[in-house]
Design a protein around this ligand. Structure first.
Ligand SMILES: [Zn+2]
Length: 293
């Protein structure tokens, strides 16, 4: 995995250099294109940016060329969409990527890949990922994000202490959603306790940070609408996990897989097991998966 990431980085460096070299400087505003930012209706964008994976570059309208961001409402809507995408097993994954720095190259690349740039008062830009239905796409993109983060050529950081990586596990099932939201404490408190009882060092190893490193992740579940809960249920069809912090692509994907495998038990419960039983089984599953981290 580590080797793959490094190889991927070399490929990306080469690609970016080649893309830069082949892009002609824009001297006149003659021919524009559609702004690449999700939801932007500007058909005549004149700012052409070189991005990895798109030889001709992408266009940004003036608003988005200046780092324009969406607000809270659009952000929530984009996240909610995560849980409504149909997949073979009805589980989707998305994430909120909090970043520091204002690299236009990275902004353009993320927007081109359907990340929604949004405003968040604690960081420079919070990008809401598109919906993923498998890990192959996520792995590739996180490797590129890691590359941007580690390369001083880009003013972009997701490993800054202020940043976080809130992952969302989406599912479209009304009865399950009702049960999860009504019984959130029974279902998630044991898992929260398990995580809170790991040593600070272990928490940092697994999640990239410990509970004491952030004030926006609470290990006590009270109501489903408290959005700072470690497992946040404010969105109808996604379960958000808030402790994760980007350390590197490899660890992040590993943890996303472990969380998905654990939450899957909840989504798959057909009512035979009680909520208390499912909660205990999730803790056991999580514990077993961590031994392979
Ligand atoms: Zn635009």
């Amino acid at each position: 995995m580590r080797t793959n990431t490094i190889n991927n980085s070399n490929i990306i460096t080469r690609e970016i250099k080649t893309t830069r070299a082949t892009l002609q400087p824009i001297t006149e505003k003659i021919k524009g294109g559609k702004c690449c930012v999700v939801g932007c209706n500007c058909e005549k964008a004149y700012n052409r940016i070189a991005v990895f994976g798109q030889n001709n570059g992408v266009y940004l309208c003036d608003y988005h060329n200046n780092g324009g961001k969406y607000g809270y409402h659009e952000k929530q809507e984009y996240i909610e969409h995560n849980g409504t995408r149909k997949t073979s097993d009805n589980i989707t994954i998305g994430f909120e990527l909090e970043s520091m720095g204002r690299s236009k190259d990275v902004y353009a690349w993320l927007c081109f890949n359907n990340y929604l740039p949004t405003a968040d008062c604690t960081v420079d830009t919070e990008y809401i990922s598109p919906v993923f239905t498998s890990f192959s796409g996520i792995t590739k993109q996180l490797a590129t994000i890691e590359y941007f983060n580690n390369n001083p050529m880009f003013d972009f950081s997701v490993t800054n202490r202020r940043c976080g990586l809130h992952t969302h596990y989406g599912y479209k099932n009304q009865p399950i959603s009702n049960n999860i939201r009504a019984n959130c404490k029974t279902l998630f408190q044991p898992l929260c306790d398990y995580i809170a009882n790991l040593s600070t060092n272990k928490q940092r190893e697994f999640f990239g940070r410990a509970l004491i490193d952030t004030e926006y992740c609470d290990a006590t579940m009270t109501t489903c609408t408290k959005h700072t809960s470690m497992f946040n249920l404010q969105h109808k069809y996604t379960i958000e996990f808030r402790l994760l912090h980007f350390s590197n692509a490899e660890n992040t994907v590993k943890m996303m897989k472990i969380l998905r495998a654990t939450l899957e038990l909840l989504f798959r419960n057909d009512g035979i097991l009680s909520n208390e039983e499912i909660a205990q089984i999730m803790v056991k599953k999580f514990d077993r998966e961590l031994t392979r981290f």
